[in-house]
Ligand binder design. Structure first.
Ligand code: FAD
Length: 295
């Protein structure tokens, strides 16, 4: 991958493009993922990220897959890392495994409780409490570019969206160099977050996370779990056609493409696509944006 750092790319004038994958459960899923990665590589993403299994599971897969992306593709991998169910020492070991595998970009996250995103958070007794603790650890170890999560509609447990913006600023002050957002559906929610953070004197690049609605039930569930609201204007367009899978998919792509246009027009530094390990929808959106001369 290119010599420029991820952060330099995010701060450059032309928008970045990046893709998020999850670690597959079995060999069949992994074959699908490698095909998807091969299909998306020609789009020359600025980076690709691989999530860390919910509850801290499947970390070996995340480290192995990101390491292979670093070693065998032209793309820059970002490894996600959470605190769930791990001691401080274990978390430090994973950071060292990333470094040894050639993965020098990490997304430092708290993770959700084992009982799911809505269960109360309980840190591991010998672990860490907040994502900021992991930012500090990775910064102390050195050699990493560090990203964090951000929430356009506020994190579900946040006292207020104002306090949530303060948390992001604190993470930036602790060493986080960029943020990627939770999925959302309204450009104004993203711009509201950017404004709250800028108002606090912080210029951290905030990359919007994009997830097109391809399957209504699946996105509605993910949105509910993550605390993102499915807005009325979206529901009104999808609900009447929800029995017609092809129509939902086409409308979902159209809505996501328009959201991307609005985000780039308003100055978003790039677009981060949550692919669910498939390439087709992302390529369609990308082609539409390219035809507009936006990417
Ligand atoms: P934190 O920054 O620790 O915040 C968690 C809560 O604590 C917030 O309500 C915050 O306001 C509050 N808080 C934080 N610091 C303080 C403080 N000092 N004092 C008081 N309150 C505080 N989950 C996975 O399991 N694996 C993944 O790979 C993964 N990838 C993700 C990628 C992105 C882009 C995003 C947006 C989320 C991802 N998640 C992932 C989900 C994420 O782990 C959850 O949303 C989690 O609940 C919050 O993580 P965080 O890093 O924002 O936590």
């Amino acid at each position: 991958h290119e010599a420029t750092s991820l952060v330099a790319a995010l701060r450059a004038p032309s928008p970045t493009c990046s893709f998020e994958f999850f670690p597959p459960k079995d060999d069949e899923g992994e074959a699908v993922l490698w095909q998807t990665i091969a299909d998306l590589e020609p789009l020359q993403p600025t980076f690709v990220s691989v999530t860390y299994g919910a509850g801290g599971t499947s970390q070996e897969r995340t480290v192995r897959i990101t390491g292979r992306i670093a070693g065998q593709t032209s793309m820059r991998p970002v490894g996600h890392l959470t605190l769930v169910g791990q001691t401080r020492g274990e978390i430090e070991t994973v950071l060292k495994q990333y470094a040894a595998a050639g993965v020098d970009n990490v997304l430092a996250l708290r993770g959700d409780p084992k009982g799911g995103p809505r269960a109360p958070w309980e840190p591991h007794p010998d672990g860490m409490t907040y994502a900021i603790d992991l930012v500090e650890l990775a910064a102390d170890l050195g050699g990493f570019e560090i990203g964090v999560a951000a929430f356009p509609e506020g994190h579900p447990d946040a006292e207020s969206i104002e306090h949530d913006a303060e948390i992001l600023v604190a993470k930036a002050n602790a060493g986080a160099q960029y943020a990627i957002t939770q999925l959302f559906f309204r450009a104004e929610d993203y711009f509201g977050l950017v404004e709250r953070v800028r108002a606090r004197g912080c210029d951290i690049p905030i990359v919007p996370g994009i997830m097109p609605i391809l399957n209504f039930a699946q996105v509605a569930r993910m949105a509910e779990l993550s605390g993102a609201e499915m807005p009325r204007e979206v529901l009104e367009q999808i609900e009447p056609i929800q029995e017609d899978k092809a129509a939902v998919r086409a409308k979902g792509i159209e809505l996501a493409t328009q959201l991307c246009r609005d985000l780039l027009a308003g100055g978003a530094p790039g677009l981060h696509f949550i692919t669910l390990n498939r390439s087709k929808a992302t390529r369609e959106i990308f082609e539409a944006l390219r035809a507009d001369g936006l990417v």
